[in-house]
Design a protein around this ligand. Structure first.
Ligand SMILES: [Zn+2]
Length: 494
């Protein structure tokens, strides 16, 4: 993905730099809502308006009460991101009128947010990059509208008042890839902390990039465009890349970029205008009169800091040191906590002579392939970790060859049976008997004299074809290394 768009202006080379910031809204996976006792329910499973009370329905005369668990979750995220947690933060009213907001305002935090000045390190193709986090604040979600037509919409207030954590970065991104990597890394942290489901499709994590362009070398910011409603990392990366290109073309043509909010049209793969952006002043923020300042004791904050679990970054480093994995493979394995746990459990069951690196490759290549095909999540891997370890041990010990190993894994994945059992039943045990293999090779060469001759005449690539014939004759069971040695020997002798 390119970080800047280059165009020629009047024969001169003009290049632009993209400046991108990110706002992420994460629903906090608490049992109850932010300011009332209503349960937080699954938006796709609960019937509409079944988790609503006078507080979250915005009835006059009701009073909000802060959910202590939501504050704790928010502080844990802030600490994991290296933020300074404010000992005293304020709730504020953000006023606007919309049918999904029964009170006519949203309770948020404005001048004194929960935390500030954090950072998150991402690993790009060009190396490490630190993204600064400007602020982390608590707020409440709005209801959900379902539009049935131009003049008919349904309102569901189950989501109204669900705790949200907003995490705002500095405009430190320069490329679409960086934005995606950050969003993925943040999702991993939230899931390790157990404070968010990470389900983008269900809206549990909502990512809103803002993008502007400026001439390369300039320090002033251009006009920024915000993109909303991105429900996958792929859509995020594509939408940002598209928007960089769109703005570059406008600037190139001598046109101004308008400050607007765009959406992403997944079918057409283009950004589309949603509305002309309101300024911050339109929200008429003022301190929430119904809530006292949120005061956090230093000892409580330090207690949370001390109880933070091992996070993806630290776990990846440990995987490199403890298991000898490459940084890349370690990064792939720790992205989902369930996968990292699975790898560690399987590593415990591995024969002492087998390198964990082999196990890591079986997971990140073959197992991931089967999971993608079947649409199985990391939490639902149907192959017990100990059984995968058994399979990898069998392959590494030369008892079955890698090709058979992959077939066995596919069968384990389908029906959950054990590796050794499948190998036994299907007679896949690898044959290393030298006399048996020598016989297979001489038979094969006798059946294909033309190919053998063309190898001897110098066409070395025929060797792979002959190798394939011998393996087929053995029904995939012959030890491939011995087959290769024997082939070279017999072809060389004659
Ligand atoms: Zn309620």
């Amino acid at each position: 993905m390119q970080s800047s768009a280059r165009f020629c202006v009047m024969g001169e080379k003009m290049s632009y730099e993209a400046v991108i910031g990110l706002e992420i809204h994460a629903e906090l996976a608490t049992r109850s809502k932010m300011f009332c006792a209503c349960p937080v329910v699954d938006p796709q499973e609960a019937a509409p308006n079944t988790a609503v009370c006078p507080v979250c329905a915005g009835m006059p005369g009701t009073l909000p009460v802060v959910n202590a668990a939501a504050v704790e979750y928010g502080v844990r995220v802030a600490l994991a991101l290296g933020c300074e947690v404010n000992p005293r933060s304020l709730f504020a009213r953000k006023n606007y009128f919309y049918p999904d907001l029964p009170k006519g305002y949203q309770i948020s935090q404005y001048e004194q947010p929960l935390a500030r000045n954090g950072r998150l390190v991402i690993h790009t193709a060009a190396g490490e990059k630190t993204i600064r986090i400007r602020r982390v604040h608590l707020e409440e979600d709005t209801g959900k509208l379902t539009h049935l037509g131009p003049d008919r919409s349904l309102v569901d207030l189950n989501r109204a008042g669900v705790p949200l954590l907003e995490i705002v970065t500095e405009p430190d991104f320069r490329a679409a890839e960086e934005v995606r990597l950050y969003a993925q890394a943040l999702r991993a942290i939230l899931r390790y902390l157990g404070v968010n489901s990470g389900d983008l499709q269900k809206g549990a994590l909502r990512i809103e990039p803002n993008i502007s362009l400026r001439p390369m070398g300039s320090q002033t910011f251009g006009t920024k465009v915000e993109i909303k409603n991105l429900n996958s990392f792929r859509a995020l990366e594509r939408a940002v890349a598209y928007e960089i290109e769109r703005q570059a073309q406008r600037l190139e043509a001598g046109e101004a970029v308008q400050q607007v909010t765009m959406g992403w049209d997944e079918d057409r793969q283009v950004t589309v205008l949603q509305r002309v952006k309101e300024g911050e002043d339109d929200y008429r923020y003022f301190p929430e009169p119904d809530l006292p300042p949120l005061v956090l004791e230093a000892a409580w904050i330090e207690g949370l800091r001390a109880s933070l679990p091992e996070l993806p970054e630290g776990r990846a480093r440990r995987f490199v040191e403890q298991y000898g994995l490459t940084a890349y493979t370690a990064g792939v394995l720790v992205e989902e906590k369930a996968v990292a746990d699975y790898f560690e459990e399987a590593a415990c069951h591995l024969s002492a002579s087998v390198a964990p690196r082999a196990l890591a490759n079986w997971i990140s290549v073959d197992l991931f392939g089967l999971m993608n095909q079947a649409g199985v999540s990391a939490e639902q891997i149907p192959v017990p970790a100990a059984e995968l370890a058994e399979l990898v041990s069998l392959v590494e010990a030369g008892r079955i060859n890698p090709g058979s190993g992959r077939e066995v894994l596919a069968e384990m994945f389908r029906n959950g049976r054990g590796a050794a059992e499948i190998v036994r039943q299907r007679g896949l045990e690898q044959v290393s008997d030298a006399d048996f293999i020598a016989r297979l090779v001489s038979e094969t060469l006798a059946e294909h004299p033309a190919e053998a001759a063309s190898f001897r005449a110098g066409k070395v690539t025929v060797l792979n074809w002959l190798f394939g014939q011998v393996m087929r004759k053995s029904q995939g069971r012959a030890n491939p290394q011995i087959v290769r040695q024997e082939l070279e020997k017999q072809l060389g002798n004659q």
